[in-house]
Ligand binder design. Sequence first.
Ligand SMILES: Nc1ncnc2c1ncn2[C@@H]1O[C@H](COP(=O)(O)OP(=O)(O)O)[C@@H](O)[C@H]1O
Ligand SMILES: [Mg+2]
Length: 444
Amino acid sequence: MRVLVIGRGGREHALVWKLAQSPRVDRLFCAPGNAGTAMQAENVPIEFTPNDFDRLIRFAKKERVGLVVIGPEEPLAHGLTDAMQKERLRVFGPTKNAAQLEASKVFAKNLMRQADVPTAEFRTFDHPQPARLYIESREYPLVVKADGLAAGKGVIVCSTRQEALNAIDRIMIREEFGAAVGRQVVVEKRLEGQELSLFSLVSGRTILPLPPTQDHKAVYDGDQGPNTGGMGAYCPAPIATPELLQQIEEQVLVPTVSAMKHVRMSFKGLLFTGLMLTSQGPRVLEYNVRFGDPETQPLLMRLKSDLLDLLEAVVDETLGEIDESRIEWDPRPAVCVVLCSQGYPGPYVKGRVIQGLEDVGRMTDVQVFHAGTRREGDVILTDGGRVLGVTALGDTLADAKRRAYEAVSRISFLGMHYRKDIADKALLPPPAPPPPTPPALEAL
Ligand SMILES: Nc1ncnc2c1ncn2[C@@H]1O[C@H](COP(=O)(O)OP(=O)(O)O)[C@@H](O)[C@H]1O
Ligand SMILES: [Mg+2]
């Protein structure tokens, strides 16, 4: 079968790398891909743009592609799945309607409310003034979220009321994330806890959760600094006990999938639930409708079964026939460390020569997934904010971390930066609570 993967990031390189191992894949394309995907697939120089599905569709038909796998959220939100299905192409990825779970935070929160899925207390607004009044009336810290897709930048986690009021201005008045994206907002209670990413294959009524992972959003060690697309991840996440996963399946996954069916937007594809594990139990922060990046990198590093079988089972609605216990996972944990360009997540520099890739290529159980890279002659250059995802398996999580950083130490490019503490959340005891505040002087 011929398979076309759409996208150009670390997630797509991991998908391509895994699909290339399938004995049933005889030609693999990636549009547009990067210098990494070019090692296992044929890169096709077609960029997705919201108003031009035709070039991708024509390519897929001309090459008799048997399965299209859509990596990023943007084409899904714009209905590339629907357009391709109309042309009788087989597509892994939800329809435009179902993709609203990610593309509209207002839609997602309303669905959670309707389906009684545990999530942060919230209200939605389409005018700034009522949003401001609501903020004034809250006695707890808030998070303000622009409704639409904002490449991970439209969520403002606030510590003070003033910050939340400013967030309304930034989203709705100054339209920093775009006019359509900021037409509505979600204002919700700020929750405390560890975050968990849980991916599930979903088709019809069948839900197949994959091993849990944890991402690291903030740019600096100790979760400091601004949020990024993700600085590293590990799989499995020991915090997600079988009991917790069972609870999430019952309280979150089953009601979400049946609510989508109920509103005639049946979900088919990969459902990503971003959860906060609070002292009161798990709460959904958001849904995504595609594989997460970088979590997909350590996840697929551990998958031993044929990924094509799983993706096709979703598309053909035969997922229910797959025996979960027959899906083989490497028992060893995997850790992925993302190497970034100077300046990222702000404006960053591109075009720097990457050194050490061949050296790392000789290490066993280490895989360097490319994100923002391109080849020029014999050299590989940086070409994005997140450049590489260095992923390693190890006998223990600590060992996987050590091996990933060992590989990282062999790679360099000018201005390269990365977090040094990926997986520490699961390896180190939690930080001690702050000492009690001393009684005020007057009280003594
Ligand atoms: N209610 C909340 N309480 C605390 N932190 C939150 C809350 N909602 C979101 N966050 C933080 O903001 C990040 C981004 O929010 P999310 O809803 O996942 O949107 P997106 O990924 O589209 O930016 C989360 O990963 C989490 O760290
Ligand atoms: Mg998120």
